[in-house]
Design a protein around this ligand. Structure first.
Ligand SMILES: [Zn+2]
Length: 501
């Protein structure tokens, strides 16, 4: 299991990389997901846990093409493969049936099993609305990947003490652009997620006595079930288990909730004394620097996770190893990694969640900005141990050592460049996170603080709830800073086709 942080460079690799409730109500334009799901349990540690569900997806064809077929992203088979928990060693779709207007819809998974193509019974013309009903049965492995369960006490592994964390798990429509559906391959070291802001209405049955937190507002019903509603978000995440604890603080109109589980005093202390202040301060600092946080609430969720953390709209996961004593990390190291992960993942609420991008093809657009956000956090929080100049040169050196690849490439290019010495995930992380952040750091130096801050504020405010491209960002940079001033920088870090003429 890829759990512990080995070096500063790898630390970046381990901080994985989240969406927004907008103010303007254009519900008919957004895809509506209405789901009924039932979360199962296990007899013994190691069993696959089942999550059964049915989801009604109402979508508008926003393109100029007639949709004879649609693509659904179903990450469960890839997740099983990642955790090496495929029962039969092969891939299998989690989707068990799709219907449209009462008719069965033929569907098949592509070579990447997370890509499911469904041939519609009735084509949906541009501007028209379609509706499909998808039945699915997810197999959730024990482990620490995006869809997994673990135990309150990892040593005893009592089935009644399971905690289930589900990252993106509902079948969703990826973005349709340039005549096709986004089909970035699933890979464990980063994200291939690319969706439009949508609305979720999820009814969830949980095992008896279980509590749950999820994206959006929640209603805990008398029968123990939950109803979650989220508006204008790119995906939907959940954590459920017994004895969930929560610390809450309202900051600048945002309800920040830090969730943990179990009755471990050490974990509770970390949630209260480290996680809550770091989360609240992130909101304050980023509100001021980037623009107002896009949602009404934020769940910061401590749970088992193989990487440092994972972003999701108004919901971030933080690796619980940072809260529990171990031989691998000192208390100081754990606190350091916890804060670094929290401020990075919360940075994604601005970049990925609110301002969306294709995380497979242009990951730098969210990862580099979230990495930069952590520098802004430490700077504004007055943390002298994170000197911006040393951080800036560390980013540049990391990027150079990994081969100075352009930062705006799809994951497949970093994969091709991978060698035994510098594997693909290393190239990807050092380029996209460190290289991208190095560019932003240099740009800040070149433009000066006031102009740079104005630039990122304009970027954020004009693109909230939209999807952006590298080309658009560089056009704004050139418009604001002048081509001459930034030409050298752009050529150093970006592919020619993205640099404005
Ligand atoms: Zn990230």
């Amino acid at each position: 299991m890829k759990k512990q942080i080995i070096s500063a460079v790898m630390a970046l690799a381990l901080v994985l990389t989240g969406c927004s409730q907008g103010k303007k109500d254009d519900r008919a334009e957004r895809t509506q997901y209405k789901a009924n799901i039932k979360v199962g349990t296990v007899e013994k540690a190691g069993d696959l846990l089942t999550v059964e569900g049915e989801e009604e997806i109402t979508f508008k064809n926003y393109s100029k093409d007639t949709w004879d077929s649609i693509v659904l992203r179903d990450y469960n088979p890839s997740n099983l493969a990642e955790e090496k928990a495929n029962e039969d060693g092969g891939y299998h779709t989690a989707i068990t049936g799709i219907t449209q207007d009462g008719k069965d819809v033929m569907f098949h998974e592509e070579q990447d099993p997370s890509i499911v193509t469904a041939t519609l019974a009735n084509a949906v013309k541009p501007g028209k609305t379609g509706k499909v009903t998808v039945k699915f049965s997810l197999k959730i492995p024990k482990g620490s990947c995006r869809q997994s369960y673990s135990f309150v006490d990892k040593n005893s592994e009592k089935p009644e003490d399971i905690v289930i964390a589900l990252g993106p798990f509902l079948p969703t429509l990826p973005v349709y652009e340039n005549g096709g559906w986004a089909k970035g391959d699933y890979f464990p070291y980063g994200e291939c997620f690319y969706t439009k802001c949508s609305d979720y209405d999820v009814h969830m049955e949980v095992p008896e006595g279980f509590e749950a937190c999820a994206t959006g507002t929640d209603k805990h019903n008398d029968d123990g079930s939950y109803d979650f509603k989220a508006t204008n978000v790119r995906d939907f995440s959940v954590m459920t288990g017994k004895n969930l604890g929560v610390f809450e603080e309202n900051v600048e109109g945002v309800s920040v909730k830090v969730w943990y589980y179990g009755n471990n005093e050490e974990v509770k202390k970390a949630a209260k004394e480290t996680m809550l202040p770091a989360s609240v301060n992130s909101i304050k600092i980023y509100n001021d620097y980037f623009g107002k946080y896009a949602y009404e609430d934020l769940d910061v969720v401590l749970c088992s996770y193989a990487f440092g953390g994972m972003e999701s709209p108004a919901f971030v996961r933080i690796n619980d190893d940072y809260a529990i004593q171990s031989e691998d990390m000192t208390e100081e190291q754990r606190e350091h990694h916890m804060i670094e992960t929290i401020v990075h993942e919360i940075g994604h609420e601005w970049f990925y969640s609110a301002v969306g991008n294709d995380q497979y093809n242009e990951a730098w657009l969210d990862e580099a900005f979230a990495t930069l956000a952590s520098m802004i956090y430490y700077e504004k929080a007055g943390d002298a141990s994170h000197d911006p100049a040393s951080t800036g040169s560390m980013w540049k050196n990391t990027w150079k050592q990994s081969g100075s690849l352009k930062v705006d490439l799809p994951y497949s290019e970093y994969e091709k460049a991978g060698t035994m010495e510098f594997p693909a995930e290393f190239r990807y992380t050092c380029t996209v996170y460190s290289g991208g952040a190095s560019f932003l750091y240099e740009l800040r130096k070149t433009m000066g603080e006031d102009d740079f801050k104005a630039l990122v504020q304009e970027w954020y405010s004009s693109n909230q709830n939209k999807e952006v491209t590298t080309k658009q960002f560089l056009e704004l940079v050139v418009k604001k800073a002048g081509k001459e001033k930034v030409n050298g920088l752009l050529n150093t870090y970006f592919s020619k086709e993205n640099i404005p003429a």
